[in-house]
Design a protein around this ligand. Structure first.
Ligand SMILES: Nc1ccn([C@@H]2O[C@H](COP(=O)(O)OP(=O)(O)OP(=O)(O)O)[C@@H](O)[C@H]2O)c(=O)n1
Ligand SMILES: C[C@](O)(CO)[C@H](O)COP(=O)(O)O
Length: 232
C-alpha cells in the first residue's frame, strides 16, 4: 500500500461566531480561558496530536484579532478568512476553500473553536472509534438526566437512546462537502452530522467526555477552567 492509500486526517475549526449568548465585549473565541485565548486550546490539542496532518481555522473576513492568537507561520496551522453567517456556512466556506488541496477520501474533523477541553486522547478515540465507517462519526455524550419537554404543558421524554452531540465530528471530505452543500436550511443545521443524516446515513456516536463542553454561557468559562487546571 502506498502513501495515497493511507487515511489523512485534517482539523477544521469554525471560529467566526459572535458569541451572542456569552454577551461579552467581543467574540468569545478570544476570551481568556485558563491563561490563553479560548480558541488556542483546541488548536493546540490538534497540533499536539500525531494523527492530524494540518489544522485549518475559519474566521470572518474582517477578523482583527486572529493574528495575535495564531501568528502567521504557526507550525501546522492555516487561517482561512471566509467565515459565514451561520456555523454551517462557515464550515462549508472552509471546505470549499480547500478544494484542490484535500482529497475526497481525506478525513476532516470539524471542531468548535469554543470547546477548549479537547485532548489528543479524545481525538484518537474518535479516529479509532469511527474507523472506516462510511458515514463518519462524532463525539457525543449519553443523556444522563431526566428530559422534559415544555410545549403545550410539560411532559417527560424517554432518555433511552438520546445523546448530546459534541465535536469533533469526522467525515470524509467528499461526504461532508456533499452533505453541507445539499442541506436545505443553514439555520436549521446546528451540527455537521445532521447534514450527513439528511442524506439517509447514520454517523457513528463515540462517547466523548464532559471536559469537552462547549463554552456557550458565561458560567461555562469556570467549568472549562476547572478541567484545564486539572491537566496542569
Ligand atoms: N457564523 C458562525 C457561527 C458560529 N461559528 C462557530 O461555531 C462554533 C459553535 O458555535 P456557537 O457556540 O453557537 O458560537 P457562537 O455562534 O459564537 O455563539 P452564539 O450562538 O451564542 O452567538 C463556534 O466555534 C463559533 O465560532 C462560526 O464559525 N460561524
Ligand atoms: C456543533 C455543536 O457544538 C454540537 O453540540 C452544536 O450543535 C453547536 O450548536 P449551537 O446551537 O450553536 O450551540
Amino acid at each position: 500500500m502506498n502513501d495515497t492509500n493511507q487515511p489523512r486526517y485534517f482539523a477544521l475549526l469554525p471560529a467566526a461566531g459572535v458569541g451572542a449568548r456569552m454577551a461579552a465585549n467581543g467574540p468569545k473565541q478570544y476570551l481568556p480561558v485558563g491563561g490563553k485565548p479560548l480558541l488556542r486550546h483546541a488548536v493546540d490539542a490538534f497540533r499536539a496530536s500525531a494523527l492530524v496532518a494540518h489544522t485549518y481555522v475559519v474566521v470572518s473576513a474582517d477578523d482583527g484579532q486572529i493574528d495575535g492568537v495564531l501568528p502567521p507561520g504557526l507550525d501546522g496551522v492555516t487561517v482561512l478568512r471566509c467565515g459565514g453567517a451561520t456555523r454551517m456556512d462557515t464550515v462549508l466556506n472552509g471546505l470549499r476553500a480547500l478544494q484542490g488541496q484535500l482529497r475526497d477520501t481525506d478525513l476532516v474533523m470539524v471542531h468548535d473553536a469554543a470547546r477548549p477541553g479537547l485532548t489528543p486522547a479524545l481525538i484518537e478515540k474518535l479516529v479509532h472509534g469511527v474507523g472506516d465507517h462510511p458515514a463518519g462519526g462524532l463525539l457525543a455524550l449519553p443523556v444522563v438526566d431526566t428530559v422534559k419537554r415544555s410545549a403545550d404543558g410539560v411532559s417527560t421524554v424517554p432518555r433511552t437512546g438520546l445523546w448530546l452531540a459534541q465535536t469533533p465530528q469526522m467525515f470524509s471530505y467528499a461526504l461532508l462537502l456533499r452533505a453541507l452543500g445539499s442541506a436545505p436550511d443553514a439555520n436549521a443545521i446546528t451540527d455537521d452530522a445532521s447534514a450527513v443524516e439528511m442524506l439517509g446515513l447514520s454517523p457513528r456516536l463515540i462517547e466523548g467526555h464532559p471536559r469537552n463542553l462547549k463554552v456557550t454561557l458565561p458560567a461555562d468559562i469556570r467549568i472549562a477552567e476547572m478541567y484545564l487546571a486539572a491537566d496542569a
